[in-house]
Design a protein around this ligand. Structure first.
Ligand SMILES: Cc1ncc(COP(=O)(O)O)c(C=O)c1O
Length: 410
């Protein structure tokens, strides 16, 4: 494992071809990695290699290419299992991403086990992906939703857990790192609190999987979902971790090829996890790409990445807070992103202005509409960082935003 000082961050930046271009005649500054990260050459090459040498359908062929494709696909699953320290590869289900992983749990575990009067506990900072599937499930089952409040400083009101996490709660689903506030939630404590009342826990790791070490057994979570595209991998691939005992008890969601043991015209029997939850031809190439992304991230080390990104976020937070009419949201201890509001400009206008200077920010509600409403904001502007970003880019962002303050106030 390397520390930040041992990593050659400048040479890592060279691994990302897309970063070396001009936008509107200015050098690109990409500060939108929380929405989707950029891809290193190693991942692009792995996709190309797979399609140029190994592609065929998986699991059912008895020829060389099918065997190679199957081995590559299953090797990627093993990499995810090791990355998360899962007890078994069978606990890893490939999905399209975090959203699909959460919907899978809602539509299988949720439909089977939730009843009228049961409670699904969420937090007020959840992304729509970790809210809407539970609203749909509640409508279907008669379960109710409850929310752990978010305090003024962007952290969870943990004191409210005693009254919220009652025996009626069957599921506690929450984000590891908030995509709009940057807040890092105490996952192990929240999972332990859920376990204490017999509730199942689900961690939305969309903003953490590529940024911090994750050990599902040490965290004590029952489910954890993440997206490959936010951690150097391709779009359209992610994974759901589920504890074996829970997966074994869950019915299938999608029906089709690959997930069955035997089929008659009337009825079918199903394989165990993970095949039970992967009907049809899977996204083989992008799973292979995700495996390459994991190798790449691990060659740097997630602790070094976290240190690097948190240092950038702290530097940006200080710089932004010093700009007139700018307010930074969220706590000091944060992941690699900073959300802020500029009094003089709507986030959409500010983001468009920044784009004209080559600076890619994101403005809007960030799929956190209820949280924005609670904070009384139409939205925020977000700068999100990854290990290929630099302090010099943040300095440039601050110059652009300082000019924006003057521009919009005029
Ligand atoms: C916290 C959080 N959860 C879930 C998601 C959804 O991820 P995806 O769109 O890759 O399924 C996102 C994406 O921004 C996110 O930030």
């Amino acid at each position: 494992m390397q520390s930040t000082t041992q990593v050659n961050w400048q040479s890592i930046r060279e691994d990302f071809p897309i970063l070396h271009q001009q936008v509107h005649g200015k050098p690109l500054i990409y500060f939108d990695s929380a929405a989707s990260s950029q891809k290193p050459r190693a991942v692009i090459d792995a996709l190309r290699h797979y399609y140029e040498h190994d592609h065929a359908n998986v699991h059912r062929g008895l020829h060389v290419l099918s065997t190679r494709a199957t081995e590559a696909y299953e090797a990627a699953r093993a990499k995810v299992a090791t990355y998360l320290n899962a007890a078994s590869v069978d606990e890893i289900i490939f999905t399209r991403g975090t959203t699909e992983g959460i919907n899978l749990v809602a539509n299988t575990w949720g439909v089977k086990f939730l009843r009228e009067g049961d409670v699904i506990l969420l937090t007020e900072m959840e992304h729509h992906s970790n809210l809407v599937p539970w609203q749909l499930l509640a409508e279907r089952t008669g379960a109710r939703l409850r929310f752990v409040p978010v305090r003024e400083d962007g952290t969870l009101e943990l004191g409210a857990l005693d009254s919220l996490l009652t025996s009626e709660v069957k599921l506690f689903s929450f984000t590891h790192i908030s995509n709009s506030l940057g807040t890092i939630n105490p996952v192990a404590d929240l999972c332990a609190a859920a376990r204490a009342v017999g509730a199942v826990s689900l961690v939305d790791a969309a903003q953490s999987a590529g940024h911090v070490p994750i050990d599902v057994r040490a965290l004590g979570c029952d489910f954890l979902a993440f997206s490959g595209h936010k951690m150097c991998g391709p779009t359209g691939i992610g994974a759901l971790y589920g504890r074996a005992e829970l997966l074994d008890a869950m019915p299938p969601w999608h029906g089709g090829g690959e997930m069955i043991l035997s089929v008659t015209y009337e009825k079918s029997t199903y394989k165990q996890s993970p095949q039970r939850f992967e009907a049809g031809t899977p996204n083989i190439a992008d799973a292979v790409g995700l495996g390459a992304a994991i190798d790449y991230i691990e060659s740097i080390g997630r602790s070094a990445i976290f240190e690097h990104d948190a240092a950038l976020a702290a530097y940006a937070q200080d710089g932004l807070a010093a700009l007139p009419g700018v307010r930074v949201l969220g706590p000091r201890q944060r992941g690699g992103l900073v959300g802020f509001v500029m009094e003089a400009a709507h986030p959409h206008d500010l983001t468009t202005y920044a784009d004209q200077h080559g600076l890619a920010l994101r403005g809007g509600h960030h799929c956190n509409q209820p949280l924005m409403r609670k904070m009384g904001l139409p939205g925020t502007t977000r700068a999100s960082f990854y290990f290929y970003n630099t302090k010099a880019e943040i300095d440039r962002m601050l110059e652009i935003l300082e000019a924006a303050v003057r521009f919009f106030a005029a």
